[in-house]
Design a protein around this ligand. Structure first.
Ligand SMILES: [Zn+2]
Length: 267
């Protein structure tokens, strides 16, 4: 075994899709629908399995309205039964109990559906995120799912303070990136491969255009703070060794999953 841990494999698991007006995701860009994935990333590290975001709830697989009610239609949720998170993890030869660490970009429902599969895991979350989710104003209340927040209460969270990036294993292989603005505790993830550094945006950007134009989305909790997080992503992306994957962006999804769910950014 190497002196320092490394990422062995990375999967961008098959994702449910939502269809929304582009203007929801990029201020001022309204008028046409865009279909976006709701991803989960499974990371096999020398120290064990980790997951970044957990997509939609198994109760809604094959029948989104069963879990999401009118939200399923409002977001035109497309969630084939075989895209259930737990089944996909099992199909790769693991158990959900093998996932030792859960990292959540934020607590909106399209990221928290699978938290129920990981009770007792160690988790990482941005500071203030849980309180924000539990005290959402009426406009934003529908973006949080009570059952998922209850499942979240069974995870042993460590909170990342805003403005601090955390090297999880102390070897540079997995770094939590503080990217507040969309929500108070929004996180991204930096993954070090031998040849490339991969940045997963979480929802600090929804489409790559948010980053390119430094422009937020309509439901950001802190619109000014969000712009700083977008500037941080732009800086990271300017490094020659770095790829920025905007997780809801359909073009990024297609490009980086061109060879299937196991994705490669060099060893
Ligand atoms: Zn999202």
């Amino acid at each position: 075994m190497a002196e320092y841990g490394e990422i062995r494999r990375l999967w961008a698991l098959d994702a449910p899709q939502l269809t929304v007006d582009r203007g929801l995701l990029v201020v001022g860009a309204g008028g046409e629908p865009v279909t976006i994935p709701a991803p989960s990333f499974l990371i096999e590290h020398d120290e064990g399995l980790m997951i970044f975001d957990t997509g939609l709830a198994a109760d809604g697989a094959g029948d989104p309205a069963a879990a999401y009610g009118p939200v399923a239609e409002a977001f035109q949720i497309d969630f084939p039964a075989e895209h259930r998170l737990d089944r996909q993890i099992e199909a790769l030869g693991f158990q959900t109990s093998d996932v030792r660490q859960v990292i959540i970009s934020h607590l909106h429902f399209d990221h928290t559906g699978g938290l129920v599969h990981f009770p007792g895991a160690e988790g990482f979350i941005g500071a203030g995120e849980m309180r924000y989710a539990r005290t959402a104003d009426p406009v934003l209340h529908g973006f949080f799912r009570e059952q998922d927040l209850d499942a979240a209460a069974k995870i042993r969270w460590r909170e990342l303070p805003a403005g601090y990036d955390h090297d999880v294993f102390g070897d540079g292989s997995v770094t939590l990136l503080s990217l507040p603005g969309h929500t108070p505790g929004s996180l991204g993830l930096g993954l070090r491969f031998q040849d490339r550094y991969l940045v997963l945006s979480g929802d600090s950007a929804h489409l790559h255009g948010n980053v390119d134009a430094t422009i937020g989305m309509t439901l950001d909790a802190d619109t000014v703070g969000k712009l700083d997080s977008l500037r941080k992503l732009r800086l990271l992306e300017s490094r020659p060794d770095t790829t920025l994957w905007v997780n809801h962006d359909p073009a990024d999804w297609q490009e980086y999953r061109a060879n299937g769910k196991e994705v490669s950014f060099g060893r």
